[in-house]
Design a protein around this ligand. Structure first.
Ligand code: ATP
Ligand code: MG
Length: 393
C-alpha cells in the first residue's frame, strides 16, 4: 500500500505535551489533505503515517502537506509485509523508478524480535539491489537512501525527503488577534505567528464608504491565502470612519495616525476578549515609517494590557517582501488600495509623541459610544481552506 511518512522535529522535544502536539498535527494533516486521498492517518513512534487510497493524487497531497506547520519533512513510500524477501523486492521496486549512481539502505527496528538485525537487513537488501541494478553502495554520500522501518504489522519503506514548513501545528498555542491591513507587512507577521502554533483571529479596520471596497476585498484575498496554513479563520471587518472623524474634528493633526492606531489597538483588545485571545499581533517594524519610531510604538502599545507580538520588528523591507512572495500575499498587497490610515493623513506626523500629549488629545474625544458601535457593526466572516467542508466546523 502506498504511504507518506511524515517527520516532525521540534514537537518531538515537547516532553509530556508530545502526544497533544502529535494529535494536533494529525488533525491538521487530516483537514489539509483532500478527504478522498487517504484511508487512514496514524501516529507511529515519532512518525505520522498517511495510508493513501488507491485513487490518490499524490501531487495534490504533496501540495497540501506543504502548507502544514509542524511538518519538518515527508517521504513517499510503501507499507509492505516485513519478511526479508518482500523487503528486497519492494525496496528495489521503489528505487528502480529513480536514476542514481550510488545508494544505501538504512533500517530501524521497533520489533526487536525480528529474526535479522538492522545491519543484516541493510546488507541483504543492499546486496539484492546491487545485483538488480549494477549500482554501488556508498555508506557516506549516496545519491539515494532506502529507509526501512520494521513495525508491528509490517514494514515502512521510503525514499527521499521533501522539506516541509517546520514550525508548530496551528492550534497548539493559544489564540491571538492579528491587526491585518491589506499592506505588505501584516500578512507576513500573521504568517510568522501562525507558524508558532498560534490560532489567529483577524481584525481589519476600514473607512467605507470613504475608501474603496477594494481594500476590504484585498484583505479577504489575503486571509484566503493565510487560511491555507490555518485551515479555518474568523475575521472582523470593523467600520472605523466615525472614530476617524471624531479624531479629525478635535485632535491635533500631527497626532492623528497615532490616535487611529491607539483606537485600533483598543478595539482589537475588545475582540480578543470576545474571542478569548491572549495577545495582539501587528506588522510594525522599527523605524520603517514615521509612526514606527520607538517612542511611537510605545505610545500605541500603552493602551492595552495585552502583549503585542511584532515578529517583523527587526526585518528589512526586502526580507519582508521576499517572505510575502513566498506565502502568496505580495501580489495582492501591491494592488492599489486606499487604507483607512492613508485617508486624512497630516503632512507632518509626530515622530516622537509623548504619552502625555496623547492623553490630553484623547480627553477631548467622545469615544465610548463610537467604540461600542464599531464592535456592534463589525462584520464577521469565516474562511475555510479548500479541503474543509463547512460541516467539519
Ligand atoms: P502594513 O504593511 O501591514 O500595512 P505598514 O508598514 O503600512 O504595515 P502601518 O501602516 O504603520 O505600517 O501599520 C502598522 C500596523 O498596524 C500594521 O502592520 C497592522 O498590523 C496595523 N494596521 C494598520 N492599518 C490597519 C488596518 N486598516 N486594519 C488593521 N490593522 C491595521
Ligand atoms: Mg499599512
Amino acid at each position: 500500500m502506498k504511504i507518506i511518512v511524515v517527520h516532525y522535529s521540534e514537537i518531538a522535544l515537547k516532553g509530556n505535551n508530545r502526544v497533544y502536539f502529535e494529535k494536533q498535527l494529525v488533525n491538521n494533516i487530516r483537514r489539509a489533505c483532500p478527504r478522498k486521498s487517504f484511508r487512514e492517518i496514524n501516529r507511529l513512534r515519532g512518525r505520522i503515517v498517511i495510508y493513501l487510497s488507491a485513487s490518490c493524487d499524490t501531487l495534490e497531497v504533496q501540495k497540501s502537506l506543504a502548507t502544514v506547520f509542524g511538518v519538518s519533512h515527508f517521504s513517499f513510500g510503501l507499507f509492505v509485509n516485513k519478511d526479508i524477501e518482500t523487503l528486497k523486492e519492494e525496496g528495489w521496486k521503489l528505487l528502480k523508478e529513480l536514476t542514481f549512481g550510488s545508494f544505501k539502505v538504512r533500517t530501524k527496528r521497533a520489533q526487536k524480535e525480528y529474526p535479522l538485525t538492522s545491519v543484516q537487513i541493510n546488507q541483504q537488501v543492499g546486496a539484492f539491489i546491487v545485483e538488480k541494478s549494477g549500482k554501488k553502495v556508498d555508506l557516506g554520500n549516496s545519491d539515494e537512501t532506502l529507509f526501512i522501518e520494521i513495525a508491528e504489522k509490517g514494514a515502512l519503506l521510503y525514499l527521499e525527503k521533501v522539506k516541509g514548513l517546520g514550525g508548530l501545528p496551528v492550534g497548539t498555542n493559544e489564540a491571538a488577534v492579528s491587526l491585518l491591513s491589506s499592506g505588505i507587512d501584516s500578512p507576513v507577521s500573521s504568517y510568522m505567528i501562525l507558524k508558532r502554533g498560534v490560532k489567529l483571529i483577524y481584525a481589519h479596520f476600514h473607512s467605507q464608504p470613504y475608501t474603496n471596497p477594494a481594500s476590504q476585498e484585498n484583505t479577504e484575498k489575503i486571509i484566503e491565502q493565510l487560511t491555507r496554513f490555518q485551515l479555518y479563520a474568523k475575521a472582523y471587518f470593523i467600520p472605523f470612519i466615525d472614530i476617524q472623524k471624531e479624531i479629525m474634528a478635535k485632535a491635533p493633526s500631527a497626532l492623528r495616525v497615532l490616535l487611529y492606531r491607539r483606537y485600533m489597538v483598543r478595539l482589537s483588545e475588545r475582540i480578543a476578549k470576545i474571542e478569548n485571545a491572549k495577545a495582539l499581533v501587528t506588522g510594525e517594524n522599527v523605524g520603517q515609517v514615521a509612526s514606527q519610531t520607538i517612542s511611537n510604538i510605545r505610545v500605541v502599545a500603552e493602551v492595552t494590557g495585552l502583549p503585542i507580538l511584532r515578529p517583523l520588528a527587526g526585518f528589512d523591507k526586502d526580507e519582508i517582501i521576499e517572505r510575502a512572495k513566498e506565502i502568496g500575499t505580495f501580489d495582492i498587497s501591491i494592488q492599489p488600495y486606499e487604507d483607512c490610515c492613508s485617508l486624512f493623513v497630516p503632512k507632518n506626523p509626530a515622530t516622537k509623541a509623548s504619552p502625555k500629549e496623547l492623553y490630553l488629545a484623547e480627553k477631548s474625544l467622545e469615544m465610548d459610544v463610537l467604540l461600542d458601535r464599531a464592535i456592534e457593526q463589525s462584520e464577521i466572516k469565516e474562511f475555510r481552506a479548500a479541503s474543509i467542508e463547512a460541516s467539519k466546523f
